[in-house]
Design a protein around this ligand. Structure first.
Ligand code: GLV
Ligand code: MG
Length: 368
């Protein structure tokens, strides 16, 4: 083992005297939509209290999209909102409170951390760290959080979420996920990542009409091209990145998320992009506008059809071994595990979402 890595025995020791013990497992709390707001923007702030209880995560954004001369106002605005809102943030809340701090090389981040942990550390659930390059960035945040938790007398460790938005961060993705027991998850940051990789899309997430495959030309028997239709299929620019994120997160017991989808008016493409991420293994996405909350909540919740089928397979598989035929399809130990992923997710979501609970309770075969 390289000596730069802590001994396995030390991994779950607090990094500062008096800091809470790290968690052994990251709780599976619904986080289908992470709704971003600018705490320095009075209009947005006014919309926050009625959203509490209706969205899985509210995130006070301090980083990009907040103007440099509004950074302090945003930080203090977030403190005020956390203190004044009931039911927002903390282990029992239906709506979690997250923040996105400024980048680690910015002049604001140290004050972000000191102020937020000291003032509202008991309400904050997750600290999102942008532009993470490698495990050393997580180690830095890890230690400072422990020092501040000790100072604030917190009993519950804050969790850390990294945005993958640099090429170097991508190449270090597995190490980032495993860098601290605080690691809660990863989000794709398609705008910064595109820029850093020198991709040629100017869109914030989503596809690009130029990124496509085209069917072969139809040919006559003497191999002359027949002019006519050669259908094209737009491809997903983010497939590789999301797939890598999902593997890295699953390997470390943490959660992957799609990031922002910037074309607010294009709700159809937003839904498609979110659904691709859901199918590949992501648990949620960012919301930049209230109408994206509904999309994310719907897309990242298993459908009634999926749960109906999954529960039938669970029932048919009895002790979980062997194989059965159901509607002409083979089901076995492995397909049972696939079904259990959906059944367990449905149970977790239903615990906090009464509408979903009603929907899933009506499906036969609910696990005891
Ligand atoms: C998000 O932060 C992004 O850069 O896409
Ligand atoms: Mg970014």
């Amino acid at each position: 083992m390289p000596m730069s890595v802590r001994s396995a025995k030390d991994f779950f020791r607090p990094l500062a005297v008096g800091a809470p013990e790290p968690l052994r497992e990251i709780p599976a709390r619904p986080s289908r939509a992470i709704h971003f707001f600018d705490p320095s923007n009075e209009k947005m702030v006014a919309k926050v209290p009625p959203m509490v209880g209706t969205v899985d995560v509210l995130l006070g954004n301090l980083e990009d999209a907040v103007k440099a001369d509004r950074k302090e106002a945003a930080r203090h605005g977030l403190v005020r909102i956390a203190k004044e809102s009931t039911g927002l943030g903390g282990p029992e809340a239906t709506t979690q409170l997250w923040t996105r701090i400024n980048a680690l090389d910015s002049p604001w981040v140290l004050d972000d951390l000191i102020t937020l942990v000291t003032e509202i550390g008991d309400r904050l659930d997750v600290v999102m760290v942008p532009k993470v390059q490698g495990p050393e960035d997580i180690a830095y945040v890890d230690r400072i959080l422990a020092q501040l938790e000790a100072r604030a007398g917190l009993t519950r460790p804050l969790l850390v979420h990294a945005i993958l938005e640099t090429a170097r961060g991508m190449t270090n993705v597995e190490e980032i996920c495993g860098a601290s027991p605080r690691m809660q998850g990863l989000s794709l940051g398609p705008a910064d990542l595109a820029a850093d990789r020198r991709m040629k899309t100017t869109r914030v997430g989503g596809g690009h009409p130029g990124y496509l495959v085209r069917a072969d030309p139809r040919q006559t028997s003497d191999h002359v091209d027949v002019e006519g239709q050669r259908p094209t299929y737009q491809q997903d620019l983010w497939h590789y990145t999301i797939a890598r994120m999902v593997d890295a997160c699953a390997a470390h017991g943490i959660y992957p998320y799609y990031g922002p989808f910037g074309d607010i008016a294009d709700t159809v493409a937003c839904e498609d992009q979110f659904r691709n991420a859901y199918l590949l293994g992501c648990v949620g996405a960012w919301s930049l506008h209230p109408k994206q909350i509904e999309i994310a909540h719907r897309v990242f919740s298993p459908s009634v059809e999926d749960i109906t089928h999954a529960r039938r397979v669970v029932a048919a598989m009895g002790d979980g071994t062997g194989a059965v035929m159901l509607d002409g399809k083979m089901e076995d130990d492995a397909s049972l595990k696939q079904c259990l992923v959906l059944v367990e997710l449905a149970e977790q979501l239903a615990e906090r979402d009464p509408e979903l609970k009603k929907l899933y309770d009506a499906i036969p075969g609910r696990p005891a």
